[in-house]
Design a protein around this ligand. Sequence first.
Ligand code: ADP
Ligand code: ZN
Length: 609
Amino acid sequence: MKQLLKKYFGYEEFRPLQREIITHITEGKDTLVLMPTGGGKSVCYQLPALMMTGTAVVVSPLLSLMRDQVEALKANNIAAAALCSMNDDTENLIIRQECRRGELKLLYISPERVLAEAEGMLREMQISLFAIDEAHCISQWGHDFRPEYTQLGTLRERFPQVPVVALTATADKVTREDIAKQLHLREPKLFLASFDRPNLSLDVKRGFTRKEKNLAIVEFIQERAGSSGIVYCQSRKATEELAAVLQRAGIKATFYHAGMAAERRNNTQDDFINDRIPVVCATVAFGMGIDKSNVRWVIHYNLPKSIESFYQEIGRAGRDGLPGETLLFYSLEDLILLKKFAEESGQQEINKERLDRMQEYAESSICRRRILLSYFGEESSHDCGNCDVCRNPPLKFDGTVLVQKALSGIVRCEGKVGFRTLIDLLRGSLSQEVSEHGYHRLKTFGVGRDIPARDWKDYLLQMLQLGYLEIAYDDHNHLRVTEAGREVLFGRQTATLVTIDREERELLYNRKKRTAAKRTKEAKLFKSEPTPLNTRDTEQLFEALRALRKQLADEEVLPPYIVMSDKVLHLLCQHRPTSIEAFGEINGIGEYKKKKYGPQFIRLIQQFV
Ligand code: ADP
Ligand code: ZN
């Protein structure tokens, strides 16, 4: 098994659970695989496909996913094809013939087609196994329910001797059980991989205004020039606006959302996959069909509605195992909007609960990875050291007086104020709302003048999280003081708040300081994780390798990451192989790529040795 892994995929070692899963499948048993995005699910059914006689039939929900997988397999000289509407009739005819003659090791197919062919072509084939990719699509409980998936359970009865493996990155327990049931799996063994992705850094920025967010994003991207990333926005309009902002700053960026014509969407996706446009501002419609392994960062412009979707989205960064960065912007406005959506949704309780957990992540004052992992039912015994809380533990102070000021403001307005007016009241600004209701005559008017409005917003968020106040979403988002809040208001309890870190934002406006801060940050990074790019020469070699990869990819009309992953390029930089044998020993270079690409890469590397 290990030899085949090296020969075809170029990898030296199995990732956790891969070996066990492969063994189980090749024994002809049904299997349910839960692994995070980027965990290495494909190998789990592709290697059995190579080991077993016949053709593996892989059901996949998206054309682009199928195409990507087939290209990656072919690039490793594995006989694979996708039967789909993107091919013309002749192509599909040829694929059918190949299937009947048993010439393919893997056949990718859509759920509709697999059912349509079940009593036809599939009967004439020797099928080694069925793999149901993105299996959560079968469940109404999952977040991507697809009606086309519901009939797939009949495959189990129609082909009783063929093992079925279902794979998904959705860990939800309800969904998991539903998948096994709907697919009629026979005593399936569940393989649950760890959902930890230690190479992804986690970062949350709170209370940025739109302008501040835009500025921060521009700088973030400029500091990582040329690297691929996605900015997820809540609305279609926001994706277009942000893309324009980035373009004005000289960044090669574009947008993507479901409101665009299909052709334009496909082109955008292609440009991203082929490294022609590094940055895409997108709604969540973007990404499910993307296997691009060298996405280096994912930014959330707005708060996502659940940890489930958040994790799926950030999971698109760093699939190749190299560091990936994630950044979430969190604001009160987003929270209020999402709460409202949740209230109005069909599954109110579930959606509110999901949002609460997301909020917990965004507001956490303990290691954020612990929150994520505990959501997926994993206990972690240590802080991760790769999230903003770990790197920069929050400072706390006695905020009792501050809380009392805010809460007494709410009480004096008889629970008829929202956030904005309350802040006006505390800050002593005579807004229309304030004067209309005569709030300027209250004792609390102006008691919080010394604190900027946006800091008040932040503190109020904290009070919300601490449970001192709540928002009446069904009553104009007015604020209410809770029982716990009263305890503080009447001096029976003290309140601890977290100081607001303004440093980051000030740095945005102050280049010199920022560069200095960046250097210390980098120094720290290098200490914990030596990256190979530490000398100029290496950097030049990396760029040269990247250019060669792009050239080869263009010649073959393939995405660059299919020719070679970023990780392989880094390893080439580090080890600088100058013989074919040494080139073949690089993790990620299989036999076929060794012969095919070796000579050109070696020639290039020799110039640097
Ligand atoms: P998933 O489908 O779970 O999101 P993939 O199957 O696309 O993940 O794998 C993610 C990345 O990890 C791919 O680049 C893949 O080639 C790589 N990979 C898979 N198995 C191994 C392994 N044993 N060693 C090194 N890399 C691996
Ligand atoms: Zn941490």
